[in-house]
Write a protein that binds this ligand. Structure first.
Ligand code: SAH
Length: 265
């Protein structure tokens, strides 16, 4: 049996509920946004009297026509919300007693809820949003942070929420913990570093620890991994080898010249 990944939100448990949408194009555009983000359950409450499928389907495009085809209609918000165990309201307005959070935070909180519970994301009508009475049916409220003009187009608000739900479905949030260098490897690296820096006259041999402490802080901040420490140690070894070679070569060259001079004299 394949067990569900409980670190991810269950998109198949999420529905978008549009309360009294006035503009059919917004229903179509919302359906398309849902389809883009992998959410398929669309519920519409008491739409405009001139409810017309043509503009809905036009904006939904062929890709989201199945979302429109399976859309459910209800006369009241209360009836529409009856099957859901967790209801999230969306609002452009802050203030009063409204305790709101942002879409990403909400999506994260919904991950565990979504495992066993159907969730409704409720959106208000274009001209007045959700009423206080509607908001009382919600367990949580979400506001999409904006500049001073806070009211988004209905379908665009649906997109932002669905996008965050999709992120919470894709991101398994397993923190990546690389293998960090151990103390032995780090201390070996610092010893080598001190030695080579003294040799190349970068550190004052009287007081090498002053600069070494700066370097230690610098490397500590980086949180070096085992592999990175071995690269740095390899570089130090190579610099050491090369400087010794140059030194030997220089000595030999000097001796050679001295011998040549002797034979010439
Ligand atoms: N004039 C209305 C805004 C309605 S916009 C008002 O002041 O409330 C239609 C719907 O889109 C809203 O009911 C809400 O569901 C959603 N919406 C628009 N802007 C939003 C925002 N900044 N945050 C959350 N939802 C928003």
């Amino acid at each position: 049996m394949v067990s569900a990944d409980t670190r991810k939100i269950r998109l198949d448990h999420i529905a978008v509920v549009l309360n009294q949408p006035r503009i059919p194009e917004n229903i179509g555009a919302a359906a398309r946004a849902m389809r883009n983000m992998g959410i398929r359950e669309l519920v519409v409450v008491d739409p405009n009297k001139n409810f017309d499928f043509d503009p809905i389907l036009k904006l939904a495009t062929h890709a989201a026509s199945d979302v429109v085809a399976s859309m459910r209609l209800y006369p009241t918000l209360q009836a529409a919300l009856a099957p859901y165990r967790f209801v999230v309201g969306t609002t452009a307005r802050l203030g009063g007693q409204r305790r709101v959070s942002d879409p990403a935070v909400t999506a994260r909180k919904l991950i565990p809820v979504s495992q066993e519970n159907r969730i409704a994301l409720v959106f208000g009508r274009e001209d007045r949003g959700l009423s206080n009475e509607d908001l009382r049916l919600c367990h949580a409220l979400v506001n999409i942070p904006t500049a001073d003009f806070s009211s988004l187009n209905l379908a665009q608000a649906v997109m932002v929420l669905c996008y965050e739900m999709n992120r919470a479905a894709a991101d398994d949030r397993r923190p990546f913990t690389p293998k960090l260098a151990n103390r032995y490897q780090l201390d070996g690296m610092y010893d080598q570093l001190r030695e080579i820096l003294i040799r190349i006259c970068y550190l004052n041999p009287e007081n090498p620890d002053y600069w070494m402490n700066h370097l230690r802080n610098f490397f500590t901040r980086l949180g070096l991994r085992a592999r990175e420490v071995s690269i740095i140690r390899g570089i130090i070894r190579q610099v050491n080898w090369y400087s010794e070679k140059r030194y030997r070569d220089g000595l030999e060259e000097g001796l050679q010249k001295a011998r040549e001079k002797e034979t010439c004299d």
